[in-house]
Design a protein. Structure first.
Length: 133
């Protein structure tokens, strides 16, 4: 069991470095890592999608860019989720690098691609969230 822990730690460092060749090499050598990281990736993507959706809901409500405090409120009230401002800012910066949101002088706004992610998330989770549109 100690060996797997060491491999996980090594893989985490390689993964954080972003070295695709090294990541692929480790996944090929230790295929069990893929099962472990796929759950983490799915969870991270779910959180990102939820924040994009909250941004979209508030963007529709406010009619323009959304300050982070409004995203926090939407997450809490509409999505029953609490995230701190630093976590939300980090996620917004991450999804901005993928082209899903953009920073405006008065807040955050969805890009067309981010709008698609928002719509898909809301359509998939509408009943679970109890939202009415």
């Amino acid at each position: 069991m100690g060996k797997k822990k060491k491999i996980r730690e090594e893989f985490e460092q390689v993964f954080e470095s972003g070295d695709e060749k090294a990541i692929k090499k480790m996944l090929k050598k230790y295929p069990w890592l893929m099962d472990e990281i796929s759950g983490k990736i799915d969870e991270k993507m779910g959180i990102q999608e939820q924040i994009i959706a909250a941004l979209g809901v508030m963007e529709d409500e406010l009619g323009g860019p959304v300050p982070i405090n409004e995203i926090i409120t939407c997450l809490k009230e509409d999505f029953n989720s609490t995230r701190n401002i630093n976590e939300i800012r980090d996620i917004l910066l991450d999804v901005e690098s993928h082209g899903y949101v953009k920073k405006e002088p008065t807040g955050w706004a969805l890009t067309p691609e981010g709008g698609k992610i928002c719509d898909e998330f809301l359509n998939k989770n509408l009943n679970k969230l109890g939202l009415k549109f």
